[in-house]
Design a protein around this ligand. Structure first.
Ligand code: BES
Ligand code: ZN
Length: 592
């Protein structure tokens, strides 16, 4: 059979579920969700129906009014999971499946109280992108099959559930638990299904935005993200009215494996953003921008992931430019350039993972993940913008969002649309070089500012004794220091490290981008005074963006390798399954 999405058993010739009705019972003792999902088709359907599942235990499949129907689970594929094939009788309007999640469900991380801020209650969160929704609920787990949903989540009394949906009420149950109800009326790709349960409180930031977190952090979270309404207004100025009603955010425990996740109506955020100086809110700009680029107009499959992330990085920096000016945006592009170069180096011997239009059959999308769809993609978008001019490009972007809202599209659909609206533009920027050729085209746009040039020159003069002046040290903003550190030679001496720490007080930084950049340099230099801070960070934080470079740098020396192995042994039970896998692969690449 031809697959529309290489990462799903979805068959486009079969009936498509339009809406899900979910009942989820969260059992912390068993680390299991007991689920019932009703797939609504919107009209009478019949015939075979293939769903995606991974690690699920299927209990029964029923058609209401008809009774149990035949079902069969296929062979387990390491990437796709198991196909669940149903035989749907004629006239079926909906199918009900009762099931339970498996102990290894990749979509879920179950935290013991010890792993939370308050240390008194357990916590559960989901992360369904890329293809983990199928370990939470049997479904057509491809962005091609968009679904609306409604859900009822039952949790222990005293805990709160939030989802990527609007809340519609909650109440105590007869058996002493608590049920929370939600509805997501707009059709979303299944990777945007999201759930978190914990001891949660919220603070309103504006009439349509609030932040949720554990009581211990909610106040600092409210302070850090106080500017979100302004960001929404700026984004609306660019892309049109915010299409999802509310924009709420949840600050997760530190094991959350990403910086942010654009779950609609409830962005998930790492607590490492709580720098205490609002210096990391560009991640919120990014997740907010996904409300248009990604959630409204969605990639058809992970092969077209750049349509989500490349556009969003471009949009994030566009918002940043309006909020903080050209220099701040240029620094953002410089940080992106570093990430891009690191990813190109990592995939040196896998050039097929450095194109934008990917071929991912047989490849786990989590293994193909890198900064390339983000930064190469954003450079393609910026090149188009430069080619046709800002105003015309913004009109084009609005047309694009209008034309494809609430749909999931391929690179080919995008290109056809550009050809229709901006004829000749793709050829002019040599789009093929971005889309289908490895590496970066030499015509890719570059981003400059006087300040960026100063930082670059100064960092490049390090080996010749160039050092920042006392004035520079005192006046640099966090983003400037971050870019400076990123541009320093990767192999510093221990004396260099001591100088940097003394002058910039790096060890105590609350901005994790700076802290981790510094600790990575220190690890590469085998700089012992940093070891205890490295240990602390690796034991606390599960964000893959930080684990990969830190564990990578620890691989350079015998004693730092020993440190890495020791810390990983202690930290890995607390890591998310995805993070554990990434770190394991880094450790496996160490010399014996
Ligand atoms: N959607 C991504 C996170 C993601 C990507 C989850 C792939 C699962 C698979 C999110 O929008 C994102 O890109 N987050 C970045 C932040 C950013 C500012 C580039 C992150 O987590 O660091
Ligand atoms: Zn993103």
């Amino acid at each position: 059979m031809h697959r529309s999405d290489p990462h799903s058993y979805f068959d486009a010739t079969q009936p498509k579920a339009r809406r899900l009705r979910l009942k989820l019972g969260v059992d912390f003792a068993a680390k299991r969700i007991d689920g019932e999902v009703v797939l609504e088709f919107g009209s009478a359907v019949a015939g075979p129906l293939d769903l995606d599942t991974k690690g699920l235990e299927i209990h029964s499949v029923q058609v209401p009014g008809h009774g149990p129907i035949a079902w069969a689970l296929g062979e387990a594929d390491a990437i796709l999971g198991q196909r669940l094939r149903l035989e749907v009788p004629a006239g079926t309007l909906e199918v009900a499946i009762s099931y339970a999640t498996g102990p290894e469900a990749m979509a879920l991380q179950w935290l013991d109280p010890q792993q939370t801020e308050g240390k008194v209650a357990p916590y559960l969160f989901s992360q369904c992108q890329q293809i983990h929704a199928r370990s939470l609920v049997p479904c057509q787990d491809t962005p091609l099959a968009r679904i609306a949903y409604q859900a009822e989540v039952t949790v222990p009394e005293g805990l709160t559930a939030v989802m990527s949906a609007g809340p519609t009420g909650d109440e105590a149950t007869a058996d002493g638990r608590h049920v929370f109800r939600f509805t997501m009326p707009q059709p979303i790709p299944p990777y945007l299904l999201a759930l978190a349960v914990g001891r949660l409180e919220s603070r309103d930031l504006s009439p349509r935005a609030r932040v949720w977190a554990e009581p211990e952090t909610v106040q600092s979270a409210a302070w850090e993200f106080a500017g979100v309404e302004d960001m929404i207004l700026k984004a609306e100025g660019l892309f049109g009215p915010y299409p999802w009603d509310r924009y709420d955010m949840l600050v997760l425990p530190p094991s959350f494996p990403y910086g942010g996740m654009e779950n609609p109506r409830m962005t998930f955020l790492t607590p490492t953003l709580l720098a205490g100086d609002r210096s990391l809110v560009d991640v919120v700009a990014h997740e907010l921008a996904h409300s248009w680029t990604g959630n409204l107009v969605t990639n058809a499959s992970m092969e077209h992931f750049w349509l989500n992330e490349g556009f969003t990085v471009w949009a994030e920096r566009r918002i940043l430019r309006i909020l903080h000016g050209d220099d701040a945006a240029a620094l953002g592009w410089a940080m992106g350039q570093k990430a891009l170069e690191d990813s190109l180096a990592r995939f040196k011997s896998e050039p097929h993972l450095t194109v934008l239009r990917m071929h991912l059959e047989g490849i786990d999308p989590d293994d193909a993940f890198s900064s390339i769809p983000y930064e190469k993609g954003a450079r393609l978008v910026a090149a188009l913008e430069r080619e046709v001019g800002e105003d015309r490009f913004l009109r084009f972007i609005r047309d694009y969002m209008d034309a494809f809202r609430f749909t999931s599209i391929t690179t080919e659909q995008f290109c056809a649309f550009v050809d229709a609206k901006l004829p000749g533009a793709l050829e002019a920027i040599n789009a093929t070089a971005y889309l289908d050729q490895p590496g970066m085209p030499d015509t890719a746009p570059e981003f400059h500012s006087a300040q960026l040039d100063t930082l670059t020159a100064l960092a490049e003069s390090w080996a010749d004794g160039g050092r920042p002046s006392a004035h520079q040290i005192a006046s640099w903003k966090p983003a400037e220091l971050q870019v400076y550190l990123q541009k320093l030679p990767r192999q510093l001496t221990q004396t260099d490290c001591a100088w940097l720490d003394e002058h910039f007080r790096l060890m105590g930084r609350g901005n994790y981008e700076i802290l981790v950049e510094w600790l990575t340099l220190a690890a590469s230099a085998d700089y012992e005074p940093a070891f205890s801070r490295i240990r602390e960070v690796l034991l606390r934080v599960g964000r893959m963006k930080y684990l990969r470079p830190l564990y990578g740098a620890l691989g350079l020396h015998a004693r730092t390798r020993a440190l890495a192995r020791e810390v990983f042994a202690a930290a890995s039970p607390g890591y998310h399954g995805l993070s554990r896998r990434v770190v394991q692969s880094v450790l496996d690449s160490y010399p014996a």
